[in-house]
Design a protein around this ligand. Structure first.
Ligand code: NAD
Ligand code: UDP
Length: 317
């Protein structure tokens, strides 16, 4: 047992980011509870951890209250890709609002520190570029993305109200587009879509004219940021942006993936989904200053690791 071993709860621990976070926390010797309802997560993502004495898996839906004794909570449970969070939008809101209240209730009762995985989507279709944490956002309250965007905004509100009202020790990070191994192959997110399409030589589906931008962060960099924020100064609640400021158009991303995979895929253009943000790039000055954090993985290197992962997934099929 390590000297500063903590009991840590990761909600959404069987998902893409959650499973990588579980890996890191187990590596550090902590006692871990991974909670998931397996809506978008899978047991495969954490199979290698089962059987380890300090790893515990709980099938539970966060919408329902739960009583646990922990020192820290990373609240990641929530489907993150548009097709998944729009599949049952009411449930997405419930997870973000009721689920978050349930976790803040645990934190309040047992005096645990709690970190919220918020999102760049709180900025909506931003009119300020790049986005820093002082920007309040430009979000449609009634569109198809609203269940996620407004759900996450309300979760942030709840975090700060529990902090002010009940002195809960909170941390809020706004995660920008993150990619890497264990992304769901069919979740419709752009990196997984393009890589799978390229590896199978199918058409690469660029939505709109591909001039919209995103800034892609490799998963290991993101996990490092989450852990630094949880262990950062107690007076630093955030919100803090975590993401890679290297911005790329979606068309450039498609061309890069074709080149890296040596694919025969053609690029085709499909309609841009409603409310799809035109541009997105984090200003990470605050994370650099307060957490001494900045991403280190170059996009081509990170994409190659992702390509290798999906090659393995497709070979098994
Ligand atoms: P993911 O869909 O792979 O993981 C989410 C996990 O939460 C899944 O394992 C899912 O089964 C679980 N879950 C969903 N609803 C639940 C519920 N009601 N009860 C219990 N478990 C539930 O997504 P991800 O990319 O790993 O995202 C993790 C978190 O980070 C999410 O909160 C997401 O909003 C946030 N985030 C991710 C990104 C990104 O680019 N990946 C960007 C911004 C924010
Ligand atoms: N996108 C695309 N083709 C795809 C999937 C997504 O052109 O097959 C676009 C999408 O319209 C958006 C960007 O890629 O402009 C990022 O989409 P994703 O769903 O990954 O993330 P988000 O829109 O939530 O940032």
């Amino acid at each position: 047992m390590i000297h500063d071993q903590k009991r840590i709860l990761v909600t959404g621990g069987a998902g893409f980011l959650g499973s990588h976070l579980c890996d890191r926390l187990i590596e550090e010797g902590h006692d871990l509870i991974c909670l998931d309802n397996f809506f978008t997560g899978t047991k495969r993502n954490i199979l290698h951890l089962t059987g380890i004495p300090n790893f515990e898996l709980l099938r539970h839906d966060l919408v329902h209250p739960i009583f646990l004794e922990v020192d820290e909570i990373y609240n990641l449970a929530c489907p993150a890709s548009p097709i998944h969070y729009q599949y049952n939008p009411v449930k997405t809101v419930k997870t973000n609002v009721m689920g978050t209240i349930n976790m803040l209730g645990v934190a309040k009762r047992v005096k645990a520190k709690i970190l919220q995985a918020s999102t760049s989507e709180v900025y909506g279709n931003p009119t300020v570029h790049p986005q820093d944490e002082t920007y309040w956002g430009n979000v449609n309250t009634i569109g198809p993305r609203s269940c996620y965007d407004e759900g996450k905004r309300c979760a942030e509100t709840l975090f700060f109200d529990y902090h002010r009202q009940n002195k809960v020790n909170i941390r809020v990070v706004r995660i920008f587009n993150t990619y890497g191994p264990r992304m769901h192959p069919n979740d419709g997110r752009v990196v997984s879509n393009f890589v799978v399409q390229a590896l199978t030589n199918r058409d690469i589906t660029v939505y709109g004219d591909g001039s919209q931008t995103r800034s892609f962060c490799y998963v290991d960099d993101m996990i490092e940021g989450l852990i630094r924020m949880m262990n950062g100064p107690d007076d630093f609640t955030g919100p803090v942006n975590l993401g890679n400021p290297a911005e790329s158009t979606i068309l450039d991303l498609a061309e890069m993936i074709i080149r890296l995979t040596g694919s025969r895929s053609r690029i085709i253009f499909k309609p841009l989904p409603q409310d799809d943000p035109l541009q997105r790039r984090p200003d990470i000055t605050l994370a650099k200053k307060k957490l001494e954090w900045a991403p280190v993985m170059e996009i081509e290197q990170g994409l190659m690791k992702t390509v290798e992962y999906f090659r393995g997934v497709l070979e098994k099929k």
